[in-house]
Ligand binder design. Sequence first.
Ligand code: B4P
Length: 190
Amino acid sequence: MLNVVIFGAPGSGKGTQSEKIAKEFELAHISTGDVLRKEMANETELGKTAKGYMEKGQLVPDSLIVDMLAKVLDEKKGSKGVIFDGFPRTTPQAEALKKILNERGTDVSVMLDLQVEEQELITRLLGRGKLSGRSDDNLETIQSRLKVYHTQTTPLIDYYKQEKKYIAVQGMDSIDDIFNRIKETLSTWK
Ligand code: B4P
């Protein structure tokens, strides 16, 4: 199985590249952000709880996310592999992912770190906010998401380096150029 963790700051292109990778390599695509936004739209208990965190640019508590992830993963049973988009975002989430995958006889194959300069991240997210009206794509929440990324999420870079699964990807080019580089990297697993 090819299990890819796509990693990067908010606005680095995780969702954009994940869709293309999932199609090219026939992988199931799990975006925890998308799952949470669906829960919010359906006004489930999880959605109502998540809303408060997401609108402040904070992370939803690990225990809720890990349970949600395990459930969604089992719905994708039988796929050739999975692209994890926006998960893990903390060290406990990475440890939980390892355990969940090991229990299912598999593991993370590779972690791709999309590297984009901070000003470009802000420009992209403000641009999306104007088009989509996503409630967390406003300057105040973006700044809080970036702070959370630097404090709670970047320790995962060392975690996956230690696991020997870390690959940095320059994320400042066009969407297609970035994708072509990722495709080349992942084709060694095909
Ligand atoms: P997410 O939905 O994961 O949002 P995100 O980190 O902002 O990234 P996203 O995938 O949307 O954007 P992308 O980089 O693709 O999370 C939202 C919230 O949910 C979090 O803040 C948190 O509260 C909660 N959450 C989610 N997962 C969680 C977890 N595991 N634990 C706890 N809480 C969790 O790109 C954005 C924009 O850039 C797009 O408009 C795109 O068109 C543009 N773009 C992409 N590539 C480009 C390129 N090469 N050039 C120019 N523009 C580009």
